[in-house]
Write a protein that binds this ligand. Structure first.
Ligand code: ZN
Length: 154
């Protein structure tokens, strides 16, 4: 494995990939969407429980995919819990920019702590194919929050 790839598969990613958080199907979920990344074969279902004022009270996922997609879904479900849909969208936007190298994820604001946690995924910017793996769960979460049932990276 070359050095770049070692950077990509950092310890945190491996840990989340092997022991994903929130890997379950909550029975009280209010919406769900199926995400598909045909380039890699990642398929995830994201479940959300939206409460009052569009607060994400619970977030979980099931499915299978590469370590990057599963790790990203694991981190995403942890991070969006307790946020509003609008905040989750803002995080998705910033995270996407981080993965494509448009945003370093720095800046003093209330989402900074969360963006800091997501930084471990930013190594994917060297591998454009992997950006889709890293963002699949976020696309799918976004679709679920807007009542759409399907999301694809294509
Ligand atoms: Zn993948």
């Amino acid at each position: 494995m070359d050095e770049d790839l070692r950077d990509l598969y950092q310890e945190v990613i491996l840990d989340h990939g092997k022991n994903p958080r929130n890997f379950r199907h909550p029975e009280d979920a209010t919406c769900e969407a199926h995400g598909n990344n045909p380039l890699c074969g990642d398929r995830l279902t994201v479940y959300l429980k939206l409460g009052k004022d569009k607060v994400i009270e619970d977030a979980a996922f099931e499915g299978r995919g590469c370590a990057i997609s599963v790790a990203s879904a694991s981190m995403m479900t942890d991070i969006v819990k307790g946020k509003t849909v609008a905040e989750a969208e803002e995080l998705f936007d910033r995270f996407h920019k981080m993965c494509t190298g448009e945003d370093e994820g720095t800046g003093a604001d209330e989402l900074e702590d969360e963006l800091e946690k997501l930084k471990v995924m930013s190594g994917v910017r060297q591998f454009p194919m992997r950006v889709k793996c890293a963002t699949l769960a976020w696309h799918t979460m976004n679709a679920a929050a807007h009542g759409e049932q399907k999301a694809t990276t294509e």
